[in-house]
Design a binder for this molecule. Structure first.
Ligand code: IPD
Length: 265
């Protein structure tokens, strides 16, 4: 394996450090366990004070470090353009965060043009950090990870993400197909961590019918480096709006794709 270019190595290191500080800030601001604290953007779609504060912190640091790079965030949209561009979800899994739960993360991805090339996802309440750089591996807390080898649906665990943007019959049809296969359904409320779970082999597949670039940008290079198969999210509208994603271990991906009728790349 050749060494990464100095420009990319320095960006990954910087991203790791900025996300570490952002995650610390989010932990300090995390609500106590209990009823959700925050505002509703739409039914079941939460916004906390932390989302804005963490995004502003990351945006400011990246602007100072790499003023020519583009920047896009869940809360602020596209604020700078550039051939290299950062895409941040300040708190992914806000519904969990707002109730003082642990399954949420700060996610920062780097794209070169339209190609995802690096990502850092930190889940501070779980004490876990995922890092990836295209051509240089996928890591959880510094140890290499790989998608699972489970091929039989009867042994498989598949997560399906939910949001109010998805019509109920579509959600139910896919869940039904997962259960018809004999796989175990799950739903954990944090798309970025579910995709990271596919990369580490903790899940065999993840499906979400409408998900945005900021939810997946940090995970796409991780999935590619861990050997997972992914549907063509970016080609199918994910660069500019909500689109479907399916990621799965390579041994079950085609079976799952046929069952839920979501084509793979
Ligand atoms: C949401 C979470 C959730 C997924 C939604 C996302 P947010 O992101 O990832 O799991 O199902 O589609 O919008 O709002 O917590 O950043």
């Amino acid at each position: 394996m050749t060494a990464p270019s100095p420009a990319l190595a320095c960006r990954l290191e910087a991203a790791r450090s900025v996300v570490r500080d952002a995650a610390r800030m989010a932990m300090a601001m995390r609500p106590q366990p209990g009823g959700p604290q925050g505002e509703l953007k739409a039914a079941q779609d939460w916004l906390t004070e932390t989302d804005g504060a963490v995004e502003a912190f990351i945006a400011g640091r990246m602007k100072a470090l790499f003023p020519d790079d583009g920047f896009e965030g869940e809360e602020g949209g596209v604020t700078r353009t550039g051939s290299l561009r950062w895409v941040v979800d300040p708190i992914d899994g806000t519904s969990n965060y707002a109730r003082g739960r642990s399954r949420w993360c700060v996610s920062l991805g780097l794209l070169d043009g339209d190609e995802p090339i690096a990502g850092v996802i930190e889940a501070p309440a779980l004490q876990e950090v995922y890092t990836s750089l295209r051509g240089h591996g996928a890591f959880l807390n510094g140890k290499p990870i790989q998608a699972s080898r489970v091929a039989e649906p009867s042994r498989a665990m598949i997560e399906m993400g939910w949001s109010g943007r998805v019509p109920k019959p579509v959600f139910m049809e896919k869940i039904d197909a997962i259960m018809e296969l004999g796989a175990m359904p799950r739903s954990g409320g944090c798309g970025a961590l579910a995709l990271a779970d596919v990369a580490s082999g903790r899940l065999d597949g993840y499906i979400e019918i409408v998900i945005n670039l900021w939810d997946v940008a940090g995970a796409l290079p991780l999935l590619a480096e861990a050997g997972a198969r992914v549907s063509p999210f970016l080609r199918d509208g994910g660069l500019t709006g909500g689109a479907v994603i399916m990621a799965a271990n390579p041994h079950i991906a085609q079976t799952l794709s046929d069952a839920v009728r979501i084509p793979l790349e």
